[in-house]
Design a protein around this ligand. Sequence first.
Ligand code: IVH
Length: 677
Amino acid sequence: MADVDQEQQLAKSRVEELRSDINYHDYRYHVLDQPEISDGEYDELVRELSGLEERYPELITPDSPTQRVGGEPVAAFGIVEHPVPLLSLGNAFGEEELRAWHKRAAGLAETDKFDLVCEPKIDGLAVALEYREGQFAVGSTRGDGQRGENITQNLRTIKSIPHRVSGKDLPPRFEVRGEVFMTKAGFETMNEQRADAGEPLFANPRNSAAGAVRQLDPSITAQRPLDCFIYALGWAKGGSTPASHLKTLEWLSKLGFNINPHIRKYKSVGQVWKQCAAWGDKRETLDYEIDGVVVKIDDLSLHERLGVAGREPRWAVAFKFPPTQRTTTLLKIHENVGRTGSINPFAELEPVNIGGTTVKMATLHNEEDIRRKDVRPGDTVIVQRAGDVIPQIVGPVLSKRRKGLRRYKPRETCPSCKTKLVRPEGEVMRYCVNPACPAQAFRRLEHFVSRGAMDIDGVGEQLSYTLLKDGLVKNPADLYTLTKEQLLDLERMGEKSAQNVIAAIDASRSRPLSRVLFALGIRHVGSETADLLATQFGTIQALMDASEEELAAVPTIGPIVAQTVHAYFEDKQSRALVKKLQAGGVQMKAAAPATRDGPLSGQSFVISGTLAGFSRPEAEARIRSLGGATGSSVTKKTDVLVVGESPGSKLEKAQRYGTTILNNDEFMALLRQHGAA
Ligand code: IVH
């Protein structure tokens, strides 16, 4: 008995602690727009609290954060009472929790034969828009769910919110609900402009959208690239409205509201789970941030039957993607040397698990980035991981900064060869300019043998290091004069391994010109640019002889790339390297002969999204076979953007530049016209 009492006592004090923490974070997130923990960590606090309240229902109080929706409205805007409260959503973090939600709903509905609707969970700011006689009358934030802030004037500046709607049987008064957000492309452009103007940068699209909507001056909101998706009818007085959620959205779409195009209906929870998992991978293809998938029961009569628990409707649930942000301690800032001599700072972190992966390092890009974010060794920092990209540091948590932490001081000398570093004017990086720097030589060799370059299996990091250290290889071309006997002299190198290494080196002699160009590690020449140069010039000699103007005339090659490539081949050492590679038997054949005068020559294409019936490389190969050039990002020089499904931010850029845009069918027609379909 005593144990039970003690356990309850412990639970009580933990519940109080959690409530106070959650209230504090709600305030920082909803009122100040300055969260200091990640969404994932916040969700964990709420989950722990809900769990304890479920076990000890006597601890539930009406003011518990589980019983309301976070965020006090700010009086300066004027308060809007929500006649029907704006609810929140319960979370499901995996298949089991999704099925558990479904089972509970099916139990209450006394059937599991109901359709489910899946929609991307937009990571923005919830708003309610009231229309009177078809006119947009009042727009408000969610606030605490009962009362929000009046932000009508600000919302009027958002182009996708109609000022007027019309249709037959329109209810004289109704309210729609949705999410205001900023596109990723809009966010980036805005931050670029702010950086140019020396203004502080926004941390992410969600915070910028929230900040923009809650401006006291609507003309500031109007300058921000905001958008809005409507996801529900809040209430309606008079008129007639549809009986299912999806039909309601279709009706709202006809009225002129912006409805997310990816919303679909499914018959079973199994199908829904497949979609949730698929969206985890597809989310990067969207031009706005989503943090999960909202699953709703389609039949609105079931919404009434199932009702609400606390602040969460039982007829809907949010499947949340695993968190991509966490906080941890930045232990130390290190620098490594890139193959071009660039000094790349990175953070050593107290290991932290983010979405199932332990993260110990994060990139810090360059010294400017560190200065701008003002991250200091010893800081608690927010770390972010998305897809396959290297984890990044979002910024420090200033409220947790201990006294006496020193600002980072960029180093003056190369960590490898101690040469004094230089920072070219207008650049954000420092460089080691010693051509004989061992760290650079190592990186160059590592890059040369890597999979996307010469793909020399067996010469990995370890062997590259040994070959350089023992002086057997000074530059990549030396690989082609290595003998098996030399390799056998190395420690821990057996007959079989030596043979394999020699065979792998030999196989690399037939890599096409594009691979060789990429392998050379010329600044700004990634694999796509290398492909382009190889198809346009055909031979390494033609490329080495090309003038800067000739290089710049290639579609999608800009002046900086032209200048760098030209300077690279002007350099005696580079020419010597190429010669030595040729002498070593590297053939450098152009993969597909340049079709200089095909029907598409002189035109540059970029593909965005998924094309029906074609992989992207296939489609690009066809364009090139007709003489066209292909690139990966839309610039002012792009002539045509081909858009497939989920085109992403390239479409917006192309629209801005007035680039010709072809859809899947138009692209197929173009290929057919030239006999390449
Ligand atoms: S439905 C009771 N649908 O997520 C239904 N919400 O965590 C509540 N959200 O406050 C809203 N996309 O701000 C719904 N397609 C979507 C949504 C969505 C984003 C936000 C919304 C809500 C929050 C709940």
